[in-house]
Design a protein around this ligand. Structure first.
Ligand code: ADP
Length: 170
């Protein structure tokens, strides 16, 4: 075989490619549900990028810097997990980071329908990126960032919903 061909195969061999997964979301704020999915996915990938998607049309409760700092604190003990943020299409960000997997978590039937549509849409747009869906552990199924924000707005305590590494007070 020609040396050029051998080099090409070495560089493009799927078995040798670094498996990078992007875990996109708003993380407004990060919850125990998010952390559960990422920790369980660690053995599956060489690298997981927890990426905050910034949508200028969306109003967030917490500033990007704060959400980034919380994500970094929560995953500080995991050397293969990095935190980042992006604007624009998630698929474009995946390509830019060399991600070939999109990690998502689902809690219930509602999430399932939503995630299925997004995953199938993604495949229309890029066959090189696979969506990997994980079911949440049951104790985290009722937890959402929306619920955490609602409790905080009403002066409640969210300690049991957010990862133990961080503290958020109303
Ligand atoms: P988005 O704005 O894209 O819904 P989120 O930050 O709410 O972003 O969620 C990011 C990902 O984490 C989504 O795949 C979502 O379904 C998943 N997720 C959120 N909460 C939980 C949970 N409690 N258990 C498992 N997965 C969750």
């Amino acid at each position: 075989m020609r040396p050029g061909r051998i080099r090409y195969l070495r560089e493009h061999n799927p078995a040798r490619m670094k498996r990078i997964a992007i875990f996109p979301g708003s993380f407004d704020p990060i919850t125990r549900g998010h952390a559960n999915i990422v920790r369980r996915a660690v053995p599956l990938f060489d690298e997981i990028v927890v990426a905050i998607g910034v949508n200028s049309a969306k109003k967030y409760m917490f500033p990007l810097e704060q959400r980034m700092a919380w994500n970094e604190t929560v995953f500080a003990d995991l050397p293969t997990v990095t935190c980042d943020w992006y604007e624009g299409l998630t698929l474009d960000y995946c390509r830019k980071r060399g991600g070939t997997f999109m990690l998502r978590g689902i809690r219930n039937g509602g999430d399932f329908e939503y995630e299925r549509t997004i995953a199938q849409m993604s495949r229309y747009m890029d066959k090189g990126i696979e969506t990997v869906i994980m079911f949440t552990d049951p104790e985290y199924a009722p937890i959402s960032s929306t619920l955490v924000r609602e409790v905080l707005r009403n002066g409640g305590n969210v300690d049991s919903f957010i990862p133990p590494q961080i503290a958020i007070h109303a």
